[in-house]
Design a protein. Structure first.
Length: 310
């Protein structure tokens, strides 16, 4: 099995990963040069030791399979020697997910993020067989993505326990908001938990999570690392201070959504990544004002505050 470059005992995918946006040029086409520049910035300047490419925040529903492979190769080339690059490959079609997983392995990904199949609402046995089949398809470690607000169907505790028996299913990105269920899985399996919901990063640490797969890590990955370091050093007050300082960022992200927030916040910080693809629209003037105000309240330096008006 492949070992991620930033893996450590109990942390198969590293500590702080950002679900990276996909940069587009002015014509809405994939911008690979900018993707490499953004990946380098997120790893070398913002404090991330991993990136998730082709996730929901990467607008995977509106990028082609070919674009996904191109993007993944570009990011691996840029930062794959010093950061873990995880490829989002989950769909609601098991065969297609297997194809994407194999393509990701061929493109150099270090690991796979596999979301719960959406829309078709499979039963738990269907979830089990889906995840097991994808994990069997490559030699890459797998992080399951449990997000019933988008998929409707949660991965139940008993299903997670069964899936933990697969040698390559090593972790869960949790966006289920159920710390009790997560605690039960953590107490009875070796699965590593990564918080997939930024406002709950600190609460998840309290029950045993080992890191984050973040959206706000685009602009405050260094603070997330500081919070994690403080918590693990026993400085709970310090960790809470970091968490409280991020409240404005959590607020605007939740208000506008991950893609629109991230692309607008990056633009305000001087990194143009283009507009989202429809059905996600560009940020409205009201949303831009809110994000600008909240980033200022959180103490970020906005090097290009007027650019978000474009």
């Amino acid at each position: 099995m492949t070992v991620c470059p930033t893996a450590s005992p109990g942390r198969p995918f590293g500590r702080v990963l950002t679900a990276m946006v996909t940069p587009f040029d002015e014509d809405g086409k994939l911008d690979l040069k900018l993707a490499q520049e953004l990946a380098t910035y997120l790893v070398d300047s913002v404090g991330n030791d991993g990136l998730v490419v082709n996730g929901t925040t990467g607008e995977s529903p509106t990028t082609s399979d070919h674009e996904k492979q191109q993007l993944l190769r570009a990011v691996v080339e840029a930062v794959g020697d010093r950061a873990t690059v995880v490829a989002g490959v989950g769909t609601n079609n098991t065969e297609h997910s297997v194809e994407l997983a194999r393509a990701a392995e061929h493109a150099g990904a270090h690991g796979l993020l596999v979301v719960t199949p959406y829309y078709s609402r499979p039963p738990q046995e269907g979830l089990f067989q889906h995840f097991w089949t994808v994990a069997d398809a490559t030699e890459l470690p797998v992080m399951l993505y449990d997000i019933p607000p988008r998929s409707i169907v949660p991965i139940q505790v008993d299903t997670l326990k069964r899936l933990a028996e697969h040698p390559r299913i090593l972790a869960v990105k949790d966006s289920k908001h159920d710390l009790l269920a997560g605690s039960e899985v953590l107490a009875s399996t070796d699965l590593a938990y990564y918080s997939g919901e930024d406002p709950l990063n600190l609460p998840w640490l309290s029950v045993g999570a080992v890191g984050f797969v973040s959206v706000i890590g685009h602009v405050v990955g260094d603070r997330l690392r500081k919070m994690l370091d403080a918590y693990e050093a026993g400085d709970i007050t310090g960790a809470r201070e970091v968490h409280n300082g991020l409240l404005p960022v959590y607020r605007s992200m939740n208000f506008v959504g991950g893609v629109i927030f991230s692309k607008t916040a990056l633009r305000l910080c001087g990194y143009e990544t283009g507009q989202p693809r429809l059905p996600l629209p560009a940020a409205t003037e009201e949303q831009v004002r809110l994000i600008t105000s909240d980033l200022w309240d959180a103490g970020l330096v906005l090097v290009n505050p007027d650019a978000a008006q474009r």
